[in-house]
Ligand binder design. Structure first.
Ligand SMILES: Cc1ncc(COP(=O)(O)O)c(C=O)c1O
Length: 349
């Protein structure tokens, strides 16, 4: 590129830089003037209302937000029949949601299990075709009784961001085993620390989380680990599955979380070929603006392992005040986005 052209673009597009040299793109990338102009033009020429209201302004917001969901999925080559996108407050918000909702008990069989998924997208058809949830407390009680000692494990890579490490605090309460592993990029185990292991049957659901790119070192980890982990082929998984009851290895019960926050700021990510269960991103890492917005992109077939407890605002279709009864919204994304979504921020994406 012509260096004069670069200087021209820099002054035009990033006037706030003045004489500064900004190198912290791993922290946040810069917002360009043309982005801000486009946002200003959009917000000052369209009437956007709260998507939970009725009327044209509300409908315009809902339709545009839906288009943005599809466009983001498309950016990552993810089909909207296969994946859903839940807006969160950022990558950390997405990991926290996952940590709170992941069901370590589950039932061996993972994908396509109709019993466990009742009321939780058990039809596996994705966002548009999911069924209404009944009161989750009623449904889950009988399932929990049946499999009270069945638990899975939580495993995270040493090189994860602290946002992923924090997931272990929920895992200490819910999982049968919590472990931290250090792997080289060939998947060889450098170290393996078991932080907690109880005497439960480890045939529940297992969750593995790793960064596609380390925010600390910039190191890129192979995305094909996802296939290997799903098939139980990584050497460290053999240890994870040993349990005191000697129960059989469970099939299809490994779930993968790819922390793509750092990777997608500079590299493409093709979910169509690697198919992780959960992917998390923060938009400011990609575009600089808006901040405070990210997403949990989840494979529709993995939705049944997320058991949500709280409901509020946009996530509930009906709730009775005097009885413990509520009906969750039908679509997967609506069920996980409590309150009013940050719609003006989403529109800026
Ligand atoms: C790999 C990775 N994961 C998680 C995070 C946390 O992202 P946020 O602070 O946007 O929630 C970051 C932020 O630097 C990151 O680079």
């Amino acid at each position: 590129m012509d260096p004069n052209q670069l200087a021209f673009d820099r002054d035009e597009e990033f006037p706030a830089l003045k004489d500064e040299v900004y190198l912290d793109h791993a922290g946040a990338t810069l917002t360009s003037r043309s982005q801000l102009d486009a946002v200003h033009h959009d917000l000052s020429t369209h009437l956007y209302g709260n998507p939970h209201s009725r009327g044209h302004p509300s409908q315009l917001t809902s339709d545009t937000v839906d288009q943005i969901r599809c466009r983001v999925l498309q950016h990552f080559s993810a089909s909207s029949t296969e994946y859903s996108l839940i807006f969160t407050s950022g990558c950390t918000g997405a990991l926290k949601l996952l940590a709170e909702a992941f069901d370590y008990q589950g039932r061996a069989g993972g994908y396509g299990n109709k019993d466990v998924g009742k009321g939780h997208d058990s039809d596996n058809k994705g966002d548009n075709s999911s069924t209404l949830s009944k009161n989750p407390s009623t449904i889950n009680d009988s399932v929990n009784e049946f499999q009270s000692c069945r638990k899975g494990s939580f495993t995270y890579l040493l090189d994860n961001h602290t946002s992923a490490q924090g997931m272990r605090e929920y895992a200490f309460q819910k999982a049968g085993k919590v472990q931290c592993i250090d792997l080289d990029i060939h998947g060889n185990t450098i170290s393996h620390s078991v932080l907690s292991a109880n005497d439960s049957d480890l045939s529940g659901n297992h969750l593995f989380v790793y960064p596609a790119q380390s925010n600390f070192s910039g190191k890129k980890y192979p995305v094909d680990w996802i296939h290997q982990v799903k098939r139980g082929q990584m050497p460290w998984q053999q240890d994870a599955l040993k349990d005191v009851n000697g129960s059989k290895r469970c099939e299809n019960c490994w779930f993968t979380t790819l922390d793509a926050a750092s990777l997608v700021s500079t590299s493409p990510l093709d979910l169509g070929s690697i198919k992780p269960d959960f992917v998390i991103i923060s938009f400011y890492k990609m575009f600089g603006f808006p901040t405070g917005l990210g997403a949990l992109i989840l494979h529709n077939k993995a939705a049944h392992v997320l058991k949500k407890t709280y409901f509020g605002g946009g996530t509930v279709a009906v709730s009775l005040a005097k009885q413990r009864f509520h009906v969750s919204r039908s679509s997967l994304s609506q069920r996980f986005e409590d309150g009013t979504i940050p719609f003006l921020d989403i529109l800026q994406v």
